[in-house]
Design a protein around this ligand. Structure first.
Ligand code: NG1
Ligand code: MG
Length: 516
């Protein structure tokens, strides 16, 4: 499937978003003309996403259910041909100059552009997209000579909010670089593959959920993503229910800058999950787990496959029914309880169990990306992953098999909400990726009528997502205003307050825009 070309903003946005988006795009074009004295050739855009359920399990290669949101990243570009004999330049500005100063850098003729992961620098995300795009361009043509680019960026995904502002920008940047360098037809799979890998260059050892949701989503549908045995994307429409099913996103206004905190939070979780898989395999006397596409190449999903193949003779673990998949996950929870008994493991203990030296362990699991910790909580993380994977399958099955006439809509919404509440409990207790503010928002929303409330994205701040029956929206909004926002920030502006709680409809994925 190819990245679509839009010639009108109504290809990209729903009618009710058009007036504000038009204003934003006009601002982008005005900034471009002011900065460079000429017009842009094209704009690439990629959205943020809200994850409905399936948190911190994409990098263990389990299914997730996000949807794209209207907030997005726009990259407007004009191209200059490569100068004879010298290198090309990229000049990149942002409509928000006060937060994101203009930069100029040289385009490498060979190899990657250096990214300083210790600096919190906005153009790192553009560079990550560029590196990914260049790898593909060089695969297509080994003698490829990069063009120069004038660029202006406009981002509406709030940063540090768990809504994937980083990925929206990386994907729009990679797309911009490919189009600028003459690629006419861009395959969505290719764009995902290269952005998943290249975004890790910013220092976060992430999974692939955000890139796939940003690139593939279709307006009106959530995006059910399976990563193995290959990437499969299934658009999922919400059933008509009575009361009507709505999702709202609420900001905690606690910024969670993952690229900065990854060595203390995110990357540790990724390492813990891979180590849990390795330790389980060893404890059960299984053969070494085959390498897979997860960031550290060994995953809890891989453990599931090998375990059921070798111990239960199930040859193709991907062809099993939903019921069998659920039963396997339940068995895995019991295995984790038994074989990962300790509350925390040191690196020395893990090296002992795996029967390798401490330096071999460090080299294999801790060298490539910064991880700072003493105690690794293998049991708690594995319990979260298997429990959450189970909830995702249940959530998806309930949503897609609901017959509007057969059972009451309210019962369905209650069931879905309970799965989301259980997910939040697991985020808080087992995965320790929530925070007091997110917990409080969930609590207030539930008390005011939300059926399900949980953090969305990586956590440690950012946003929550809530399943609310439409008739309760007003009450939930009011309770949050009074008990969270106004209480903390009595002087909060009306604009900020209205941005704090938004009803979210599934938006469209990546586009290239050219004026017709
Ligand atoms: P956020 O924090 O929304 O960018 C991150 C990861 C995802 C996924 C979620 C947790 C990136 C680009 N994305 O999302 O892959 O693991 O956390 O479910 O870091
Ligand atoms: Mg992010």
């Amino acid at each position: 499937m190819e990245i679509p070309i839009a010639t009108s903003l109504s290809d990209i946005y729903p009618d009710d978003a058009l007036p504000s988006q038009r204003a934003r795009w006009e601002e982008l074009f005005a900034k471009f003309a002011q900065e460079y004295g000429h017009a842009a050739d094209f704009v690439s855009r990629s959205p943020g996403r809200v994850n409905l359920i399936g948190e911190h399990i994409d990098y263990s290669l389990y299914q997730v259910l996000p949807m794209a949101i209207t907030f997005d990243s726009l990259v407007a570009v004009a191209v200059h041909p490569p100068p004879n004999g010298s290198t090309s330049n990229i000049r990149i500005a942002n409509v928000d100059t006060s937060r994101f100063p203009t930069r100029t850098f040289e385009v490498p003729v060979k190899g990657d552009i250096d990214i300083d992961t210790t600096a919190h620098e906005w153009t790192n995300y553009f560079k990550a997209g560029l590196n990914g795009a260049f790898q593909l361009l060089r695969k297509l043509n080994a003698d490829f000579v990069p063009v120069g680019m004038d660029v202006v960026v406009s981002g509406s995904v709030p940063t540090g909010s768990g809504l994937s502002s980083s990925t929206a920008f990386v994907c729009a940047s990679a797309l911009a670089v490919m189009v600028a360098n003459g690629v006419q037809h861009i395959d969505k799979n290719d764009l995902c593959e290269l952005t998943i890998i290249s975004e890790r260059g910013i220092g976060v050892n992430s999974g692939g959920m955000d890139q796939v949701a940003s690139v593939f989503s279709l307006r009106g549908s959530a995006t059910y993503i399976s990563f193995v045995p290959k990437l499969v994307v299934e658009p999922l429409q919400f059933p008509a229910t009575d009361p009507e099913l709505t999702f709202i996103i609420t900001q905690s206004y606690v910024e969670s800058l993952k690229a900065v905190t990854a060595p203390m939070y995110y990357n540790i979780r990724v390492t813990e999950c891979s180590l849990a898989a390795a330790v389980l395999a060893k404890a059960l006397g299984l053969p070494e787990l085959p390498l897979d596409t997860s960031p550290l190449k060994i995953s809890l999903r891989g453990f599931q496959n090998t375990y059921f193949q070798t111990q239960h003779g199930i040859p193709d673990n991907y062809e099993i029914s939903h019921a069998e998949f659920e039963s396997q996950l339940e068995q895995l929870v019991a295995l984790v309880e038994k074989h990962l008994p300790k509350d925390g493991y040191t690196r020395e203990e893990i090296a002992d169990i795996l029967d390798i030296s401490k330096s071999a362990l460090d080299e294999r699991y801790f060298a490539r990306i910064a991880v700072k910790t003493d105690q690794l909580k293998l049991r708690q993380r594995a319990l979260h992953v298997y429990g959450e994977a189970l909830r995702v399958v249940k959530f998806k099955t309930k949503l897609s098999s609901h017959q509007p006439s057969a059972s009451s809509g309210d019962a369905l919404l209650q069931e879905l909400g309970t799965l989301m509440n259980n997910a939040q409990h697991s985020n808080k207790e087992l995965y320790e990726c929530s925070c007091a503010e997110l917990d409080e928002i969930c609590q207030i929303a539930r008390e005011a009528g939300a059926y399900g409330s949980r953090l969305t994205g990586a956590g440690w701040g950012g946003c929550c997502v809530h399943l609310v029956p439409k008739d309760k929206l007003g009450q939930v909004k009011q309770a949050l205003e009074e008990r969270y926002y106004r209480k903390r920030w009595p002087d909060m502006s009306d604009q900020k307050l209205s941005d704090a709680v938004v009803v979210s409809e599934p938006g469209s994925g990546s586009y290239v825009y050219r004026k017709s």
